[in-house]
Design a protein around this ligand. Sequence first.
Ligand code: G4P
Length: 543
Amino acid sequence: MSVHHPERSPAETAGEGTPTQVRHEAFRRRTFAVISHPDAGKSTLTEALALHAHVIEEAGATHGKASRRSTVSDWMQMEQERGISISSAALQFTYRDTVFNLLDTPGHADFSEDTYRVLAAVDCAVMLIDAAKGLETQTLKLFDVCARRGLPVITVINKWDRPGKDALELIDEVQQRTGRTPVPLSWPVGLSGDFRGTLDPRTRAYTRYRRMAAGAALAETEVFAPEQAAELEGAAWTEAVETAALVAESNGAFELEAFRAAESTPVLFVAAAMNFGVATLLDVLVDLAPPAGPRPDADGTPRPVEAPFSGFVFKLQAGMDRAHRDHVAFLRVCSGVFHRGMVLTHAATGKPFATKYAHHVFGRDRETIDVAFPGDVVGLVNASALRAGDSVYVGTPVTFPPIPHFSPEHFQVARAVDAGRAKQFRRGITQLELEGVIQVLRSETRGDQAPVLAAVGPMQFEVVADRMDREFGAQVRLEALPYTLARRVIAPDPEVLNRIPGTEVLRRADGEPIAVFTDKWKLGRVATHAPEVALEPIGGDLD
Ligand code: G4P
């Protein structure tokens, strides 16, 4: 994959940062993520968006997983073997003088904690739905997470070129199950499986698509007035006009405030593999998606975009470049101008942090970044002191809200296979804990050589085992524990809970006592056996 450098504005080139310039740069940023249930076409759409914006010179001729492995966002060998994407990074491209920052999210539900961190760093989400499957488990969970963050969502119904559900049925599902009012901004002409083009319900213009060789080039489109469309498409056009009018009548016209307030969701019909409707999505992002705006700090006070530089870490990644054994901290810029080389203050410790090495990172591609504006993502190399959720700033101090943990549901004890590699084992576990790859719980009884790993999804254990072996030279033996629930303990003597069978009290690195339970009945026994103990969900309102 070769990357074109996005065109730089004069302010970017100069690295200037007058308040007006910073506001202007923030205003032309769109920072978003594409999220979906696996297989809905997230990777295909990412490529199609990039293709439209002319980032990827040579469009992947096919969109299959096999051909893509070496092109987009996969670098861990394990990811390649399994065809899943675990790591997050950002793709930057320009379109209509707008700078897009497309943040990558892992496709698999087991890494939902990583997805959540990415969603903390974006201003908008594009929710992709497979037209044949409708809303799936992960789709609903993600809609829920977006609702909790108050994040605007653009709903994109994909694979309309293939037989699937009825358009009205899909709109109804969104209406019934997401808590947002769907407002179609494009309506398909032709049933699913016979995708001829789209009607714009606002202007009634018809965009006709012409099939090209599989994904090899941009889709050819022609725009027609309604009268011509009726002549060209006959019954299919009349049907589209009538059903779109029905939806508009019941759900109302599109209103920007309702979309930005996460009350309604614009809906588009596309076929990402054919590049049908992809340009419309880019236009909707430019015209309607929120630009980078003032970010509230931990107390809820917004930091204006033109304030001195600030940002927060939403993702840590180590071992991307094995030759250098580096740790990259991905930072979302919240205010001001980032200049490579500037010295930041790390809010958690008050210590200075030098930024000699800063990159745009997407998959295997890296490009040194010299200047970044609000909404942009900066990959800071050798940032092992930074943790996910940490804030950094220049000048006026700021701490952005912490990113909450998810409640783990899977627990395994880890031990070094070779007792002689205890040092490497400890170093590796600590590093993976710091990156947020896994939560680590310890107790005096179990000892440092046998920590309990706590995960949201079991595939996280595979990542730990793989990285411990490859990066830290410490093969691990994992042994499953029967626990399924975890709660934070608030009590003068948390260890009293150890007396309840099927319950164990462990400590997080920050000293917080965490009780784990085999099932909800054991958890229920706390009230009778230790009424003085209070339990709190780990993920706060996420549980
Ligand atoms: P994901 O990242 O969300 O997991 O999905 P991905 O893009 O890998 O797409 C999943 C499958 O859906 C792929 O098929 C892809 O080609 C197909 N797909 C994506 N968008 C469209 C579309 O608009 N129309 C149709 N018909 N198919 C689409 P695959 O079986 O993994 O690869 P392939 O052998 O079909 O190329």
